[in-house]
Design a binder for this molecule. Structure first.
Ligand SMILES: Nc1ncnc2c1ncn2[C@@H]1O[C@H](COP(=O)(O)OP(=O)(O)OP(=O)(O)O)[C@@H](O)[C@H]1O
Ligand SMILES: [Mg+2]
Length: 272
């Protein structure tokens, strides 16, 4: 545990030491079109059922395998609405707990409610993988939107009518500096103002590997911690939950990858 606390402390110190603001190359104003028109104009992509199966996307239709995510959706939406929150960060203590899989499935489950506009942004700028799970590789990366190089409406892609993704095809050069920059927050605010999503979900890196969470969590309304039954220890969850509570409103902890002997799927998710 000392190692984990030391890592978090190091991350905090490193955040303090990095104050260099990346210079935006171009700042493009958000267009005057209304949100419905902007959503409609986004490039649309589809997920084949084969790709969905191989990346554990189980929420394309309402079925037995989508029910854990549908339950999570209901709880998330209730808490978000009750508190008037719109932005949710998804992170985990250690790597490969299933954050990106949870982000994709939670977002698709939310978007099956036709009156809910959902925007998901891949902010794991060191090892972006949401594009891989969705089996869609964009030509340009969302981090280029954050850097002011391209416009959000040219980069975001739409899945169905009311779900949009900001994906990356490669890591960003200076992820910490970018996430800590005022320019990044300005762009994200512009995107929310223009597209008016009901909820924005950010896929973040694990808390124990970088200071990105320390920098970014204070800018969101709530955070969800994904732990993996096969690799996350109770004390890691404990430390990261406390850390999250210092930085944003903790929405809950997901226990992912837990094996149920009575389930024919073999794996499941639980929330508290
Ligand atoms: N409930 C589950 N049961 C079994 N395997 C799962 C489950 N959820 C995700 N996985 C698998 O675990 C691996 C890691 O998933 P994912 O990429 O979503 O995790 P991550 O936390 O985003 O990883 P990283 O820390 O690298 O960003 C993938 O192979 C994924 O298919
Ligand atoms: Mg991930």
């Amino acid at each position: 545990m000392e190692r984990l606390e030391a890592a978090l402390e190091k991350a905090r110190q490193s955040r303090e030491s990095i104050r260099t603001e990346p210079k935006p190359e171009v700042v493009r104003p958000v267009p005057a079109s209304g949100p419905a028109e902007l959503w409609h104009q986004l490039k649309e992509f589809k997920i084949s059922s084969r790709a969905a199966r191989s990346h554990r996307i189980t929420t394309l239709t309402n079925n037995k395998l989508s029910s854990p995510y549908d339950l999570l959706r209901s709880r998330v939406m209730r808490l978000m609405r009750e508190n008037d929150w719109q932005t949710l960060a998804v992170t985990s203590p250690n790597v490969a707990c299933g954050k990106t899989t949870v982000c994709a499935n939670l977002a698709i489950s939310l978007s099956r409610q036709p009156d809910t506009r959902v925007l998901v942004i891949d902010l794991d700028l060191r090892r972006p993988s949401l594009h891989r799970i969705l089996s869609y590789r964009p030509n340009q990366s969302f981090h280029e939107v954050l850097e002011g190089k391209i416009r959000a409406e040219d980069q975001l892609v739409r899945f169905g009518d009311n779900l949009a993704f900001g994906l990356n095809n490669k890591p960003a050069r200076n992820p910490s500096e970018l996430l800590q920059s005022n320019h990044c927050q300005t762009v994200l605010t512009q995107v929310r103002t223009a597209f008016k999503p009901d909820i924005v979900i950010f896929d973040l890196p694990p808390m124990m590997v970088s200071d990105d969470n320390v920098a970014f969590l204070p800018t969101v309304d709530a955070g969800l911690l994904v732990s993996a039954a096969d690799s996350t220890t109770v004390s890691q969850v404990d430390v990261c939950e406390k850390e999250m509570a210092e930085l944003t409103n903790p929405l809950g902890v997901i226990l992912n990858k837990c094996r149920y002997s009575q389930e024919d799927t073999g794996y499941g998710n639980e929330y508290y």
